[in-house]
Design a protein around this ligand. Structure first.
Ligand code: AMP
Ligand code: MG
Length: 328
């Protein structure tokens, strides 16, 4: 069982140092309990997916203490500033373009050009954000397929020892996930309904679309697919490199050859990325999106991807790679 500690100044300080060291903390917010990691640390973000046992990478919400901090990580527009002034801190998540060079892990936004960001109102979440000085990526603190956790006990039962510390602060006030509002397109759109409704937002924004799709076909994941597809072919389970291809490697490439002659290890620097030379899936997950992007170059005939084991985080990595291979 993970340690559950009542929120106090000491507990917050301990949680902050766990986060700074790349660990995971169960965090009370006004919506549901979050499973928090340093959003600037790709490996820590990868551990979130590992802990939740999620077979897919979905984009996470990044939590910051105030709107001023949000400006560091996303391009706030006029609409965003207006709703932030009115509803932050509170259960409203904004989807906005990622800011260039912000340092937020690509895995946190699952390779998307946009980022989900929110300022939570819960005092424990506020304290932890300020004490750690870190933007915190945090999905709901439950194992994949289980309902969102609204009590510390529920977090412990669902995630077990996959989490380093749980900050306890009683049951969540809202008990419902935040409203997800996309302000990155031409028209404001609610992608996930929550405590703040279209009627609440329209006085500030004008018409807000709230076609969130159906349960079987939710709108936001559907939109993700097309973003993932590189512009050149992706070939999976490659055992060698075809002429003109770039290589996305995993593990040792000592014995890998290039058709037509030569060794993979002698490919020019821009034609090879190794997700993890030591075959570590956490490291591989943290590098996945940036490396795909770096190899997605029209000068290459395609991207050859080495076999990645279908266990643990490998499931989510392979899910993403299969979409990249199929989705052009
Ligand atoms: P959770 O982390 O469990 O609260 O879920 C986060 C929600 O935000 C999911 O419904 C995601 O699909 C959505 N989301 C996060 N980032 C993005 C993004 N960049 N674009 C669209 N939807 C997003
Ligand atoms: Mg969830």
């Amino acid at each position: 069982m993970p340690r559950i500690v009542t929120t106090s100044k000491d507990a917050i300080a301990e949680a902050a140092s766990i986060l700074q060291g790349g660990g995971l903390v169960g965090l009370p917010t006004e919506t549901v309990y979050g499973l928090a990691a340093n959003a600037l640390d790709g490996k820590a973000v990868a551990r979130i997916f590992e802990a939740k046992n999620r077979p897919q990478f979905n984009p996470l919400i990044v939590h910051v203490p105030d709107a001023k901090e949000a400006e560091k990580y996303v391009e706030m527009n006029e609409s965003a500033r207006a709703v932030a002034a009115e509803f932050w801190p509170g259960p409203l998540t904004l989807i906005l373009p990622r800011k260039e060079g912000s340092g937020i892990s690509e895995l946190a936004s699952a390779g998307l050009p946009t980022l989900a960001i929110r300022v939570p109102a819960h005092p424990a979440a506020q304290e932890l954000l300020k004490t750690s000085g870190l933007p915190l990526a945090a999905p709901s603190a439950n194992a994949s397929g289980e309902p969102s956790a609204t009590t510390p006990r529920h977090v412990a039962d669902s995630l077990g020892d996959n989490i380093d510390l749980i900050l306890a602060a009683g049951p969540c006030a809202v008990g419902l996930e935040s409203t997800v509002l996309d302000l990155s397109g031409d028209m404001p759109a609610i992608l996930r309904p929550g405590a703040i409704t279209a009627e609440d937002l329209e006085p500030l924004l004008g018409p807000v679309s709230h076609d969130t799709g159906t349960h079987d076909k939710p709108k936001s994941p559907g939109l993700l697919l097309k973003h993932y597809a590189p512009s050149i072919p992706v070939r999976l389970k490659a055992v060698d490199v075809e002429e003109g291809e770039a290589l996305l490697a995993f593990g040792s490439i000592k014995f890998m050859g290039v058709k037509g002659g030569g060794a993979a290890k002698d490919l020019p620097d821009n034609r090879i990325r190794n997700l993890s030379e030591s075959g570590d899936l956490t490291e591989a997950a943290s590098n996945l999106f940036s490396y795909i992007r770096e190899l997605d170059n029209p000068d290459f005939a395609g991207i050859a991807v080495m076999d990645i084991p279908d266990t643990g985080l490998g499931l989510a990595i392979n899910d993403r790679l299969k979409r990249a291979a199929a989705g052009r």
